[in-house]
Design a protein around this ligand. Structure first.
Ligand code: GDP
Ligand code: MG
Length: 163
């Protein structure tokens, strides 16, 4: 296996926030509002003595539904081409959206390990809400808060197991 991890997901779920936390850089720009187009960004991270690259695939965001779909295809293409492990991020505070389903549909066709990451689980009540995302068809999910870093240790343990 190589050592590239890609973060994929619809806009505003917190991809860039996690990227910044993992890479301890400000290379990815966190946008408070949707509708801003950004390129993808690469950074380097280390966990359990393993060094790996992280791709924030969060660019291509616009307000048109059509372009959302196109953006998601591009994200998936990047992940398919370049990544060894894919983090599929969703937002517990929004629940499952149509765009999450679109991402899930595309990722189902990728023959690479995909970890479902439920972000914005900022407290224990939200931990219960996170179980809704089993509806996307994954056997396991990783509840994290990219803001606080909570849950990211377990996630990175699994990522480094897979690399
Ligand atoms: P991206 O579009 O997927 O890259 O999402 P961003 O990283 O730009 O984050 C979108 C918004 O969600 C920003 O306002 C972040 O501060 C916020 N956010 C990211 N992670 C968390 C989290 O763990 N908890 C909460 N409450 N907000 C978060
Ligand atoms: Mg982003």
């Amino acid at each position: 296996m190589g050592n590239i991890v890609a973060i994929v997901g619809r806009p505003n779920v917190g991809k860039s926030t996690l990227f910044n936390r993992l890479t301890e850089s400000r290379a990815a720009i966190v946008d408070g509002e949707e509708g801003v187009t950004r390129d993808r960004h690469y950074g380097t991270s280390e966990w359990n003595g393993k060094t790996f690259s992280v791709i924030d695939t969060g660019g291509y965001v616009t307000n048109s539904e059509d372009v959302f779909e196109e953006a998601i295809r591009k994200q998936a293409a990047i992940a398919m081409d370049e990544a060894d492990v894919i983090l599929f991020m969703v937002d517990v505070q929004n629940g499952i959206t149509d765009l999450d389903q679109s991402v899930a549909n595309i990722l189902r066709r990728i023959n690479k390990p995909v970890l479902l990451v439920v972000n914005k689980v900022d407290n224990n009540d939200l931990n219960l809400d996170a179980t809704e995302f089993y509806g996307l068809g994954y056997e396991k999910l990783y509840s994290i808060s990219s803001n606080s870093g909570s849950g990211t240790g377990d996630l990175l343990d699994e990522v480094t197991n897979l690399l």
